[in-house]
Design a binder for this molecule. Sequence first.
Ligand code: SF4
Length: 343
Amino acid sequence: MTKPILDVMNMNKDFQVKSKTALFRKPTSVRVLNDISFELIEGETLSIVGESGCGKTTLGRCIVRGMDASSGNVIYHTEDGQKIEFLKLKGKKSKQYRKDIQMIFQDPYSSLSPRMSVFDIISEPLIANFNLKKSKIEEKVTEIAEKTGLNVSYLRRYPHAFSGGQRQRIAIARALITQPRLIVCDEAVSALDVSIQAQIINLLKDLQEQYQITYIFISHDLSIVQNISDRVAVMHLGRIVELASTDSLFGQPKHPYTEALMSAVPQPDPEMKKDRIILEGEVPNPANPPSGCHFHPRCAYRTDKCVQQVPELREVGYNHFTACHYAEELHLRGVQNDAANTN
Ligand code: SF4
């Protein structure tokens, strides 16, 4: 049975941007998250993909409250069935529930304090959230260090003594120490070598199985996303333009932007290279987004309707949502379809 753990509802985020040339002009408001809504199911991995600047990292930060959303709501479903307005939590309740949702950042070199020992880094959230004896803290840190593949005899060392992969294991141990139910992984393996990426992905999968953790996995690497996700949301210019199960999205994308992203996924057959879709033009400026469908200046299938009308995110197949006026008519290429064509 599928049980929700989080509902993100109509989330918007605006940034105020000051012009460098017109010093005395009022700052302009730039919408970087535009009416984002989705439901997260307990135990699943939902990946969020899109080009850099699409708003995926901002979305992750707004969910964990590392940044305030401008409007919208996040409902957190607790283990005992309560529905909590997560963004409005204050005081004791905030302490009680915020530890359930943690984040792992992209850069293991800057996300760990160089002045703290690994033991102090991992134990910090534990000390902040629980009133535990020193011996219990030591026991828990040792346990989580072992689970994440860290050498416990090195826990008194400082982060600079560790490699990139080891530092990301430290970051994972720190995120896990409060026994969260949901972890937002923001490009958690992007800064690592390919062989280390595979180890960290396997570690995340093992931990998910062991602790029934739910992941929001933010990434631009579609090969990894295909490997790790149950569902995928595609973001373009602050909006979700497609949301579906991994098989459905990769096999039969329903949005031309997703099709273009898929075409860049490396294929074993070198002949497939010729099918890569190169998007025309620049990524649109979020301060001055195009009319109608924001993707229309770069879309090969656009019509006048696309220039004038904003497409709604709607269900076009079983649990397959897309924001394209012509989703039912277009026959777009997915990764698995391409593979089938080569047989
Ligand atoms: Fe392209 Fe039009 Fe669909 Fe937008 S609505 S993705 S411009 S076909």
